[in-house]
Design a binder for this molecule. Structure first.
Ligand SMILES: *Cc1c(COP(=O)(O)O)cnc(C)c1O
Length: 402
């Protein structure tokens, strides 16, 4: 057997076993990734790719950031799990770090975005003392557990799963009047992403976010900010709501927080008090020492490597270059983004472009059928972005004859 058949056989073999044993819940591209470093990944056959969408936003620092790897190695040799009827120093240190970068309050640690969203929903209902309704946005995305799914304003994800938990009303995004009209005496909270990620990189305006804050304060509602995708420096600030100079009552984090390790967090503003008291909520793995060690390494790396500034300058560069591309190619109808969270809306379906880029060894994503989504690592280099732009251009030109 020559090298070629051998390596082809490996990908083929993995695909075959997926087909037989892995629940087919994902639309998967036929790429078996076995190694990553920064913004580069390698497939099982040894081909190198430029990853401009590392881990759907999880790869905030790129793959295998030295500090995260070091933290994980070191902590895993000490203790891997401490149940929550005891304490571990890193859980306190991480909660403190999150609060110091967000706002004064307390943190519940979970393992994923949806789980942290569930925590926010439970917290809002408990705080509401009978008020339970949460206003959410069209084209939002909050996760796949039943309540997070009910909060998600995209019916395609909900089909087949009725009955969903009650108490969610969906209104158009970036429309303050619509929120006002949807309020009832049962309303307890407004849940919003400062930039809709899955929804196509749609940026909430500053006026809208400030309006929501005012409205929630006036009507005694909680403002819940889902920063699972936008948080931890992605947009050039620690949290995207900070661009609007407001503070939410509840903040939800996950994805990039652990630098590749699963973790979610719910930050509860101190003014709400201890809404979730002993026995009201729990997660066996929540605040796991490995996850806390990784997240602390992420905070350190963002500060030490000045990654907020990097996200701002590189994001600006990327958007400017894409706008130049837009001026030359009619197939691009819009370019949107803040920091290193960028969407390129096309006049044609985006998946063929994603496929063409992958064939040229660059990984990007498409959401809402026509929006190419780029969430590069904050550690990406300008050279890598230029390389990505060159290949994206070639793929667009070839794919659309634009
Ligand atoms: C990905 C995402 C979620 C869900 O996170 P999971 O970890 O997949 O449960 C929730 N909200 C937003 C904004 C997301 O991008």
């Amino acid at each position: 057997m020559n090298q070629h058949t051998l390596t082809l056989g490996t990908t083929h073999n993995v695909l075959q076993r997926y087909e037989q044993y892995v629940a087919p819940t994902y639309v998967r591209q036929p790429l078996v990734l076995t190694k990553g470093k920064g913004s580069r990944v390698w497939d099982v056959d040894g081909h190198e790719y430029l990853d401009l969408f590392p881990g759907w936003g999880v790869g905030l620092l790129g793959h295998c950031h030295r500090a995260v790897v070091q933290a994980l190695r070191s902590q895993s040799g000490k203790i891997m799990h401490v149940p929550n009827n005891f304490l571990h120093p890193l859980q306190a240190t991480l909660a403190q770090a999150i609060v110091q970068h967000a706002f004064d309050g307390k943190v519940f640690l979970a393992n994923s975005g949806a789980e942290a969203i569930e925590g926010a929903i439970k917290c809002a209902r408990k705080w509401g003392q009978g008020r339970f309704e949460i206003i959410t946005m069209e084209r939002s995305f909050h996760g796949r557990t039943l309540a997070a799914l009910a909060a998600t304003g995209q019916s395609k994800y909900q089909e087949g799963f009725a009955p969903l938990p009650e108490g969610f009303r969906t209104v158009p995004f970036n429309d303050l009047e619509a929120v006002k009209h949807a309020m009832t005496t049962n309303t307890v909270a407004v849940l919003v992403e400062p930039i809709q990620g899955e929804g196509g990189i749609r940026v909430a305006s500053r006026d809208y976010l400030q309006g929501l804050r005012r409205l929630c304060t006036e009507r005694q509602l909680l403002l819940i900010m889902d920063e699972v995708q936008t948080g931890m420096g992605r947009t050039g600030r620690w949290f995207a709501y900070q661009h609007a100079e407001i503070e939410p009552d509840l903040l939800v984090l996950a994805k990039g927080l652990g630098g590749g390790f699963p973790i979610g967090a719910l930050v509860i503003h101190r003014r709400l008090g201890d809404v979730l008291g002993p026995g009201t909520h729990a997660a066996t793995f929540g605040g796991n020492p490995l996850a806390c060690a990784c997240a602390l390494a992420v905070f350190d790396a963002i500060e030490r490597e000045a990654l907020l500034e990097r996200a701002t300058t590189l994001g600006r560069f990327l958007v400017e270059e894409l706008r130049i591309l837009q001026s030359r190619h009619a197939v691009i109808s819009d370019v949107r983004g803040v920091g290193l969270m960028v969407g390129v809306e096309l006049a044609v379906p985006g998946q063929p472009i994603v496929d063409a880029c992958r064939q040229r060894r660059v990984l990007i994503n498409c959401t809402q059928a026509r929006v190419l989504r780029l969430l590069p690592a904050l550690t990406v280099t300008k050279t890598q972005l230029i390389q990505g732009l060159r290949i994206l251009t070639a793929s667009l030109v070839e794919g659309c004859h634009a």
